[in-house]
Ligand binder design. Sequence first.
Ligand code: MIC
Ligand code: SF4
Length: 758
Amino acid sequence: MATTVGPTTPLELVETAYARYPRALADARRRLGRSLTFAEKVLFAHADDPGTVGLGRGVDYADYRPDRVAMQDATAQMALLQFMTAGLPTVQVPSTVHCDHLIQARVGADADLKNALDVNSEVYEFLRSVSAKYGIGFWKPGSGIIHQVVLEQYAFPGGMMIGTDSHTPNAGGLGMVAIGVGGADAVDVMAGWPFNTRVPKVIGVHLRGELSGWAAAKDVILKVAGILTVKGGTGAIVEYFGPGAESISATGKATICNMGAEIGATCSLFPYDARSAAYLKSTGREALADLADAHAEHLRIDPEVMDDPERYFDRVIDIDLDELEPHLVGPHTPDLDRPISDVGAAAREEGYPVDISYALVGSCTNSSYEDIGRAANVARQASAAGLRVKTPLLITPGSEQVRATIERDGLLADLEAIGATVLANACGPCIGQWQRDDIQKGEINTIVSSFNRNFPARNDGNAATLSFIGSPETVTAMALTGRLDVDFVRQPVIAPDGTEVQLEAPSADELPAKGFDPGESGFQPPSDDPSSVDVVVKPGSERLELLEPFPAWDGNDFTGLQVLMKAVGKCTTDHISPAGPWLRYRGHLTNISGNLFIGVNNAFALEPAGSGVDVRDGSVVPLPDLAKRYKDAGIWWVAIGDENYGEGSSREHAAMEPRYMNGRAVIVRSFARIHEANLKKQGVLALTFADPDDYERIRADDTIDIVGLADLAPGRPVEVVIHHADGSSETITTTQTMSDEHIAWFRAGSALNVLRGG
Ligand code: MIC
Ligand code: SF4
């Protein structure tokens, strides 16, 4: 059955979703014997069978039926190359593709977009035609960043969606359980299968007081990141509740949910309230707001839970918004959190360069009308006092609708008046699509942004850049002071004539008084004659390559595996398979495998990052070359990781590349959720040291056996034998989180092989 996909969510889809609530919640209350959090309500209402779905939070695997799927261009290529092999005529769930990641920021919006259309034409044409053929809605380059477009058009309170991007949880700002996944998970759902995941734990964040002054929604999540750290949300939904929630706009709530990805949360969620209704109405969805009003009791926490949260949540965090100060996190990790007032001292102690080389506002996290409005308010104060930025300031609007509206309302002009440059409505510098000429590689320098991630080399490809994150108004104020060590809340900015200007806390409309200007529509519906659409993947293309199935498991234990590398400390997906210039090969597994592990700090060859030792001759070579050498020689290998291995992005390339290059297993101290799921999907064994200290036992010239694989069963530990070069050996225990279904994928070679066969 073909699904209709339009530029916005049809009311019927929401009605169908709401119709499931009364029965599902009755089942949930009966089975749990208690009241429910909002997250639990949404999960039960989307369970494949609410009467039997597993109840064990953090233990059971469960099948859910999401209402939608969204994909962005950098991950959609691999997702759709996989979907094409499933042999289905059309997707079974409303799905959309959004072109946002491949636009490089160089000079400004118009020229950059033109250039992107030119250099990426083959990929855009592939995505456009695949979408047209298989019933998928297509958003052209320039229409905006996936999460902003989804918030404006598709998100709805009490809905559930998955998206092939880790910041999909942005839609939680409108009360949607929106989960970031790898492409293979999206393929399952588009093929009509349920989305299978562990029943999440639920962390409650109780918000008291009200946001005011310089404190912004961003500061709430920066504070939460400081408390929970980059792995504290793993396996959990973070549910916000309490009176403070109502003091935050819908887009501010989305900012908070968006950046929940940085604490590893499965997703984050706010209840439906008057601010959500106002946003729905302002974005042309009055009827949807009325429908949500009529179902409001389902779209928030039960009162008993609000009164006694400790009883219902796995953990409760309390934040008093009245006391919240603006914060800045960084460098190199989003949980290194400090109030602005402490940043100067930290910079002196840690030796961070205090002159800021660039300031960047935008990204999917912080590019709403209100965000730009507050930044523009700071800019207007500056202009009135004759100030201009001391640090170059780049602005990336989140969507065409936001861009057209902030242009119409003069907010862009306010920012341009202090010297800001406006870039295309896209990810741009957030994902290394930033051609920066002012510094050399290796030069230590400080940047501040309103983005969400600050891993080394992420923005400009330079691992020596120290990247700090704050709210858009904080970043704008810091562009005016030009320095990390000026506390703009309490200290003045010095004008060129020497006068002192004290910036005041900004205020701005949360929604445009004159309504949104939709700008140029970027939506293309699927074809009504799919058989007439040809999807072209040119043989020999360097950008796109059809996929060959990975071979099935041969039934034998893995013996004599080499250790390709042992990651020390942080190893994010930006370390495993960086983006920036490599985004170019996201549809070509062979070519993108040329970046495998090039950002990793390998214990066996620390300098330069991304090197490994060929145990056969002791030579030190780049890890992708080493993996290729081993593959060409028919040698299988394992990779070893530290804590929270695979943190960050949903890109499944970070799992497909090791598989393709002869990796059999990844053994770590702990995994980030999406990456662990991606490894399993691609048939790689994802193992965790039962004793984290066993990580220390692994040496460069060891060989590894992974034994007892014929008896692999859910929850059963897996034995690993380490053979040292001196002839000694040790046996250690690892754990795994495979369900029967995951074991079937491993045996078949990948989840896709199972889908194709079934
Ligand atoms: C990111 O912010 O890291 C990305 C780029 O949006 C990724 C997706 C990708 O790598 O394509 C994400 O967050 O999942
Ligand atoms: Fe794009 Fe950055 Fe958001 Fe990822 S985090 S979707 S790269 S804007």
